[in-house]
Design a protein around this ligand. Structure first.
Ligand code: ACM
Length: 260
């Protein structure tokens, strides 16, 4: 299975420009799974609820149409961030698109910083989807700091975690080595680069998108400050073996009665 990330430099509010950059970066790429950053089409540093509303979409709309085109062009299932509107609620969400359809949506459960002003926290469980011969789960950016996110996806059967991100803290990339090691799962973290200086905020996004293997090895690491794409070959079935040695099985050996 070929999995990869597209590390972009979105311009705030310019969806068409941000779509175009993805197309330019991927025009020679084929893969089975491609992950794009969190909020890749809209940008991140909102200064009003009106901006959130104006850039939001109800599921299968403009961004889904674009991702279907990208999926057709690359052969890949795509996971990418967007603002989901449902009635009067707005979610920092990721959608999975492939085979000309919207396969599923994940709503970010652990909101970071001012996201709490703009979005409602995710209200649906961590789901795993069986696509392109792999079981793929989604989480978004700051979910990395809660080990429960990856653990829940692993318990639910995920072999590969698609992880759209807009990272501003320096620890995620190394933490994902532990998240993968402690669950024996693969992860594809797709981060953005660039700076968004809006309102009171001045965000510098850290790049360094990464594919991490079940033993914590980094299979691909993008540079910190460059738009970048990479695809690597993995065997998702290696995530099914949770044995560390002949005595220890990562998931079966948990002592949940002591975790209260
Ligand atoms: C983040 O969750 N975008 C830091």
């Amino acid at each position: 299975m070929k999995v990869g990330y597209v590390q972009t430099s979105p311009v705030f509010g310019e969806k068409q420009r941000n779509f175009q950059q993805v197309l330019e970066l991927t025009h020679t790429i084929t893969a089975d799974l491609l992950v794009l950053p969190e909020l890749f089409a809209t940008g991140y540093a909102f200064i009003s609820k009106d901006e959130v509303v104006a850039l939001s979409e109800e599921g299968d709309m403009e961004t889904a149409r674009f991702l279907k085109q990208l999926s057709f062009q690359t052969g890949a299932v795509i996971v990418a961030g967007f603002i989901e509107k449902e009635k009067d609620n707005f979610y920092n969400a990721a959608m999975m698109v492939g085979n000309d359809r919207l396969i599923g949506i994940y709503r970010k459960i652990h909101l970071f910083y001012e996201e709490k002003r703009w979005f409602v926290p995710g209200d649906k469980p961590f789901e795993v989807y069986n696509v392109n011969d792999a079981r793929i789960g989604m989480m978004i950016c700051f979910d990395w700091i809660y080990p429960e996110a990856c653990r829940t996806l692993a318990i639910n059967g995920a072999q590969v975690i698609a992880h759209p991100s807009n990272l501003v803290l320096p620890w995620c990339q190394s933490a994902m080595q532990t998240r993968c090691l402690e669950n024996r799962v693969f992860a594809v973290t797709a981060n953005r680069i660039g700076r968004e200086q809006r309102g009171i905020n001045d965000f510098n996004f850290t790049g360094g998108s990464q594919v991490t293997a079940v033993n914590g090895t980094i299979l691909s690491a993008a540079p910190a400050g460059e738009a970048y794409v990479d695809v690597v070959e993995i065997d998702p079935s290696t995530a099914d073996n949770k044995k560390i040695n002949s005595f220890n099985d990562l998931l079966n050996d948990r002592r949940t009665e002591f975790y209260k």
